[in-house]
Design a protein around this ligand. Sequence first.
Ligand code: MSP
Length: 549
Amino acid sequence: MTTDAIAVSSGRPFYITTPIYYVNDRPHVGSCYTTIVADCIARFMRLAGRDVFFLTGTDEHGQKVEKSAAEKGKSPQELADENARHFREAFEFIGSTHDDFIRTTEDRHEKQVQEVLKALIASGDIYLGEFEGWYDEGQEEYVTENQARERDYTAFNGKPLVKATEQNYYFRLTKYWDRVRKLIEENETFVRPAGKRSEVLGRLKDEARDVPVSRTNFSWGIPVPGDEQHVTYVWIDALMNYMTALGKIDEGFGGVGGSRQKYWDGSGEVVHLIGKEILWFHAVIWPALIMALEDAGRDDLKLPTTVYAHSFWIREGKKMSKTLGNFIDLETIHAYCDRYGLDAFRWYMLTQGPLSATDADFAYEHFVEVYNADLANGFGNAHSRVTNMIAKYFGGEVPLQEENADLGVDWPATIAQKTAEAVSAMGAVDVAGALKAGLEVSNAVDLFINETAPFRLAKDEANLPRVGTILYQCAEALRIAAVLMRPAMPDAMDAALERLGSPIRDGQTLQDLTRWGLLRPGTSVEKGDALFPRADAKDPEPSGVKTGA
Ligand code: MSP
């Protein structure tokens, strides 16, 4: 994606997805993170005038879910229903604006996955074969001999790898290996960020191998059509969600008719946002499957534009794991939001999160530091300084500017530049960079107040026109800063805009809203409680009360 690709107000489709999350577990900071990032991008793109479709959901089949359910004395469907509900609630809580939530146990999904299997069995790209290899039970994947040796025959979760032999259906990945490598080599933005792209290209230098796409050792999955003792390997089932939710395989399923076809027909971008541990499936197996479907006659199906793999949140320097019990779980997230507000939590996730190639540390002190610097002492303080002065000197009405007053800052140029920076960063999935552009506008306002000292000038009534000019410029710049930061902090920025007498109206786009001079003199401005009350790191860290398994 380039800046051009997300040309504002174009109305072009933009499709963004998160991974679908396993229902053997409850949501936690990791699943919330990817969904918040996708949500922020979706909100920004909508504001920029794009026709957005944002998808999230749950991955409900597979051995892990079957086992987990058995341990809990539940049927897999019961566990799936229960945890899918937790994911839905969690995503509602974090303010996610997804357009659909797909569950892989839904009829619409299962039917289309079976159609895919039928088509690929018929074309010969899925065939019955025998296999022996090292199996990672936790990840539900085979690893090569080389990888097994490198990892000392240990699975991702620390348990030993097991040797397994199976008669399975296989996907002829070998046939598409070179095409996928070429795709990634020739297209610098197919896999992002760059470091992840190199990793995948490195792995593609290994010898090609076919991948099993069915299992017989458990039954919780989609039966392979025509050979029902086999169930579809969870990964193949899961990847298809990105298409089944749109009715791409068969628009007859899902009750959405053809209305979603446009989100993946080549006319816009399709961005899969994922965590780094599932990159191989998305960067290699997924495009290969789509190519195989094309070869099987489905040339209406297109490749995604970008697979973006972020890194991981860790906790005070350590990997988060169930064994260490150091997960930022939902209860902790609620406790943070109770104290600092959901918007502040989203801001921390989005500006400090692991979108780059390095992991990010979730640490309480750091949270407080960022909260105070960016929000309490940053935007919040600038906003209350400006609204207070407008109340005090101008009876709460946005003052007029003097004609041709030059106060040393070319605001229209600054705003145009920061807006362009935000648009281009967001187009490159640099969410923190995009938000920083908004914060820089608000920091510039603070500096401008310190330098022009309206509070001092106001002591002499003769200076009021000058004070008015200063405060008009401050209020207008803050309004635009709030617009730029709104995709991260919708409620707080709406409150900020409301107090500036400038709520966003339906149909207004980023282009309209970032036009300098939109704020009308005479508009009523309200001062109020601090938008972000200062935080004290000496307070104990917010911690949640557990509410069951
Ligand atoms: N069901 C598969 C994905 C199928 S997509 C076709 C799966 N599910 S999962 O529940 O394990 O979720 C994995 C995703 O959760 C990661 O890719 C990432 O998006 C998110 N995260 C899980 N732990 C995380 C962190 N500690 N930090 C950041 N995100 C992480 O894999």
